[in-house]
Structure formats: structure tokens, C-alpha cells
Design a protein around this ligand. Structure first.
Ligand code: G
Ligand code: G
Ligand code: MN
Ligand code: NA
Length: 254
């Protein structure tokens, strides 16, 4: 049985779940939000990583169904996180290229917000540079619609795609997520440091927030925080975790 066939079965059986990774203020380490990361718990294969099943779902179209489910479930989960924290948090959800292009995407978005009662401004949609560049005219229209709903757009894996900086001017983007590739060898790697500094500088002048991804050490956190990076996400401040563990982490983090 192929992984693809198993996926259709898995959808029916409810084998997909969502993990949540804290995104924290670099200075205080207070949890500001969570990124939603999909997991597949297969009865015999165990945890199948997203790098194995997302590309298949993207090819066969299952991503539209999985993505719609994830968006709605994440918005519902946010309300529970906020009940614990007793302050506004946000939820960040990855949107694949095919989902972004889907005619139904805006309906899916509206449904998730309406069903959960989550205000649009508490939602961050993570897209990659590639998603924007496939069809920039279409992207501009969709991003405008997202902005009408006050959802914020984050560029995921920033700096690794094939795109021009011009899109930062053209599109209503709020957040840059510096890819882990530029963080992992800090503070020793001078070129990576230079790239991080340049991104932080650019973001400051364009009034964008920055999240440093893949922060694993105190030195890395100190490096980016001292250069003006407001938010970090990585194993140092929290791995992706099931919702109940994330809620326990929130209680510890008030
Ligand atoms: O979670 P890691 O936990 O292994 O995730 C690897 C990659 O899988 C992420 O970088 C992201 O691009 C993708 N991914 C994880 N969850 C989702 C999801 O819910 N939707 C989409 N489109 N991609 C996801
Ligand atoms: O959506 P995106 O491509 O940014 O996915 C984030 C990926 O990075 C997920 O697979 C997540 O599990 C992983 N990740 C998050 N924090 C760390 C970290 O500190 N170190 C490493 N190696 N991976 C991380
Ligand atoms: Mn992401
Ligand atoms: Na990333």
C-alpha cells in the first residue's frame, strides 16, 4: 500500500494531528503565539514527518482538505490558549502554494474565523516566497482579501527562495521568518550573521516584525535579540508539542 493510499485512509481515521511550537518575545521569553505544525501518527509507521506527506498532499490535492481542517482546528485551539493565558495570543498556520491558489481558500479562511470566533488579527498565515512568485497578480489580489480580514502574512523560510525584494514593497506583508539555515551556525558564522543583520535592518525600515527560526542555543538567542530581533522560535524556547503540552507550557509561562 502506497503512502498516498494510506493518506486517504488516514484522513478518514483521524490520524492527522496538530502540534504547536511557541513563538516567544526574545527578551522576556513570554509566549506571544504558536506555529501550527501538522503531524501524521500512522498506526504502524509511527510519526510520518511532514516533509514526507505534505509534498504528496500537495500533488494529489489532499492538502486543500488537510489545510482547511488545520486552519479551523488551529483557530479553535487559539481560543483555548487565550483562555489560559488571559491575554491575546496569535496562531500561525502554514499555507501551501496549492491552498493559496485554491478558489475556495477565502471561504475556508472565513469559515475558520467565523466558526472559532477568532478575530482575523490573531491569525498569521505563513507562506513562502515561492507561493507569491508563482502568480504575483493573483497573489496580490488574495493578499488584499486577507488584509481585509485583518489576517497577517508572514514570509516563511525568508531568504531561501527565488524572489526579488520588490515584493516586500508590493504586497501587504507583516512578518519575516528568518530561515533556520541562517541561524544554526550563529554566532560563529560571519556570513550568516551579516545576512541576519541585513534582514533585521530591512525589516526595521519597512516596519515588519521578524521571527528568528530554529534558535537552539542561548548564544543564538542573544545574538539575534541584541540586534533587534523581537521574536524567536526554536528548540531552546519550545519544541513543537501537542496542544495539551502547549497549554501546560502556557501556564508555566504567564
Ligand atoms: O514540522 P516540521 O515539523 O517537520 O515541518 C516541516 C515542514 O512541513 C514545515 O516547514 C512546513 O513547511 C510543513 N508543514 C508542517 N505543517 C504544515 C501544515 O499544516 N501545512 C502546510 N502547508 N505545511 C506544513
Ligand atoms: O514551516 P517551517 O518550514 O518554518 O517549519 C518549521 C520546521 O522547523 C519544523 O519542521 C520544526 O519542527 C522545525 N524546527 C523548529 N525549531 C527548530 C529548531 O530549533 N531546530 C531544528 N533543527 N528544527 C526546528
Ligand atoms: Mn512555518
Ligand atoms: Na521556516
Amino acid at each position: 500500500i502506497s503512502l498516498e493510499a494510506a493518506m486517504f485512509h488516514a484522513v478518514r481515521e483521524g490520524e492527522f494531528l496538530l502540534y504547536y511550537q511557541p513563538i516567544v518575545a526574545a527578551r522576556t521569553r513570554q509566549i506571544e503565539g504558536f506555529e501550527t505544525l501538522m503531524r501524521w501518527k500512522h498506526p504502524t509507521l509511527g510519526m510520518v514527518p511532514p516533509v514526507r506527506f505534505i509534498p504528496i498532499a500537495e500533488t494529489n490535492g489532499l492538502i486543500n482538505m488537510l489545510g482547511a481542517w488545520a486552519l479551523k482546528a488551529a483557530c479553535v485551539q487559539l481560543r483555548q490558549f487565550e483562555d489560559i493565558a488571559r491575554r491575546p495570543l496569535y496562531i500561525s498556520v502554514n499555507i501551501s502554494p496549492r491552498q493559496f491558489r485554491s478558489d475556495r481558500f477565502l471561504d475556508v479562511l472565513d469559515d475558520a474565523l467565523a466558526f472559532s470566533g477568532t478575530p482575523g488579527e490573531r491569525l498569521v498565515l505563513e507562506i513562502t516566497e515561492g507561493t507569491l512568485m508563482v502568480d504575483p497578480v493573483h497573489a496580490e489580489a488574495i493578499l488584499g482579501k486577507m488584509a481585509e480580514r485583518r489576517a497577517r502574512i508572514a514570509i516563511d523560510d525568508f531568504g531561501t527562495g527565488y524572489s526579488s525584494l520588490a515584493y516586500l514593497k508590493r504586497f501587504p506583508i507583516s512578518v519575516l521568518k528568518i530561515d533556520r539555515a541562517f541561524i544554526k551556525d550563529l554566532p560563529a558564522a560571519e556570513k550568516d550573521g551579516a545576512i541576519c543583520n541585513a534582514v533585521l535592518d530591512l525589516a526595521k525600515h519597512l516596519d515588519l516584525s521578524v521571527v528568528a527560526e530554529g534558535v537552539e542555543t542561548e548564544e543564538q538567542l542573544e545574538y539575534v535579540a541584541s540586534r533587534g530581533c523581537d521574536y524567536v522560535q526554536g528548540y531552546l524556547t519550545g519544541k513543537p508539542m501537542p496542544a495539551h503540552v502547549a497549554m501546560a507550557a502556557l501556564k508555566e509561562n504567564l
